[in-house]
Design a protein around this ligand. Structure first.
Ligand code: GUN
Ligand code: FE
Length: 458
């Protein structure tokens, strides 16, 4: 029986906490006291608390203050919600940075499929996925939505490893039965669906309440799935109305044209996925770059989420800009994704900074109409926005009583390896310290990573 890390709870924190509930409201909570119960939920959250008041708050909540562990954060340290990576590929962990500058289809055929094919070997999968999940935790990614390879066994291993290491995760077996070499695709539609059902059952046995790990229905994209496979996945989605669904969506012109050739009955990808029952409030649509008016309306009405992957969108052959301001204006849910390996970096800080760059390019492109993303907005997309896209907004993404404590402890000073962060100075405001971390910090400043109150960074 596989088990998750020991809790060491309950636990209290006193100091600065920074989060956002909505796109524009960045909240800096000074002298905040957060009490986490033994299930990993936030039981109390109070601001402007003097350390002398802490023991009475602790006893008010039914604990003995003299033995209750409290962590006091110092100046230059703060808590923020863990990052939510709404889109990445676990089997591409060891190919990040390889094969840039070519088209998506060439990159899949020349680099990616051969790489993902290695996960036929369960021992290789165990080793590589352990390193991958550790690597994402190190970057402060407390929730990741993973595509696995097309292999059932390797993907079950990935789910086990996320659970064992205590990472919150959506884990999907990648469905793909065509337009890939015969040594790297599902042998048949029934095989593909059977392995998907086996993963769902496996995760249900592993984590019956889905407290940490959940399966996600994962057609790679329409190009790699025949109609019958997509409709089989739609049936599974209908049978499991609680499961999220993810796919690559309107990512590239060549991809869109090829999809139209394969499915001439649909002009729009949104119509195609909706036809197969795969477009709804549970859909996590990676890239979403070239949407027509009708598709944007459908996204809004059906409450689909966008996984914005600005690094991958600017690493392949073309510089592709997803019109994120337009989506936000229309009230479409948006989160950020590393798209690691199509994106060369597994850092959400890098993804956020690239989202800023791309949003400035979009301002130029729209003659000033689309305002670039602000710092607060970028941070929101990396935390609360991602939680919404993954259907976890009631559980994570910000700090509130009743939510689970998925958090990062950020240190900007006095670290042996402080890294490259812009030095924090005495007269810096909390906002400036936060800004320095987001814009110049890296994983060396992420001193601790908590998921459900457990310390999980290795
Ligand atoms: N479309 C289909 N598969 C992939 C993939 O692995 N990465 C990206 N970026 N796009 C895809
Ligand atoms: Fe991707």
């Amino acid at each position: 029986k596989i088990s998750s890390p020991a809790s060491g709870l309950p636990l209290g924190f006193h100091g600065t906490a920074i989060h956002s509930h909505s796109l524009t409201d960045l909240e800096i909570l000074e002298n905040c006291f957060i009490l986490v119960d033994k299930s990993g939920k936030i039981q109390a959250l109070q601001t402007d608390v003097d350390p002398s008041q802490i023991s009475s708050i602790i006893s008010d909540h039914g604990y003995a203050p003299d033995v209750f562990p409290v962590k006091y954060l110092r100046w230059g340290e703060f808590l923020c919600p863990g990052f939510v990576d709404t889109h990445n590929h676990a089997p591409q962990w060891t190919q990040r940075g390889v094969g840039r500058g070519i088209s998506l289809i060439d990159w899949l055929n020349q680099v990616t499929f051969a790489h993902e094919a290695k996960f036929a070997d369960a021992e290789y999968a165990k080793r590589t996925y352990a390193s991958c999940v550790n690597g994402f935790l190190q970057q402060g990614i407390t929730t990741a939505s993973y595509y696995g390879s097309h292999h059932g066994e390797a993907t079950r291993i990935l789910a086990d490893i996320c659970y064992e290491k205590g990472q919150r995760a959506l884990v999907g077996k990648c469905n793909m039965n065509r337009n890939a070499p015969d040594w790297y695709r599902d042998a048949s539609i029934s095989d593909s669906l059977r392995e998907t059902r086996a993963l769902i059952q496996h995760v249900q046995d592993l984590d019956p309440e889905g407290r940490l790990v959940r399966p996600v229905i994962t057609p790679r994209f329409a190009i790699s799935c025949e109609s019958e496979l997509l409709s089989g996945l739609g049936t599974i989605a209908q049978e499991h109305p609680d499961l999220p669904i993810q796919t690559h969506f309107n990512e590239e012109q060549q991809e869109i044209e090829f999809t139209r050739e394969l499915f001439p009955e649909f002009h729009l990808e949104a119509d195609l996925y909706q036809h197969f029952g795969l477009l709804n409030e549970r859909s996590i649509l990676a890239h979403s770059i070239y949407l027509e008016e009708k598709e944007m309306n459908m996204m809004r009405e059906l409450r689909c989420g966008v996984a914005h992957c600005p690094i991958a969108n600017t690493t392949m052959r073309d510089f592709m800009i997803a019109p994120i301001r337009e989506y936000l204006r229309r009230g479409i849910k948006v989160g950020l994704g590393t798209d690691s390996g199509g994106g060369y970096s597994s850092s959400m800080l890098d993804a956020m900074k690239q989202a800023f760059v791309v949003s400035i390019a979009q301002k130029t492109q729209t003659n000033g109409k689309d305002e670039p993303l602000s710092l607060a907005e970028g941070f929101y997309l990396a935390t609360m926005g991602g939680a919404q896209v993954c259907g976890l907004e009631d559980k994570i993404g910000s700090f509130a009583v009743g939510k689970e404590f998925d958090a990062l402890e950020i240190h900007t000073i006095d670290l042996e390896q402080r890294g490259v962060i812009s030095p924090v100075e005495e007269d810096d405001s909390t906002f400036v310290i936060f800004e320095k971390f987001l814009m110049t910090g890296d994983d060396r400043n992420i001193a601790k990573v908590y998921v459900q109150g457990r310390s999980v960074k290795v």
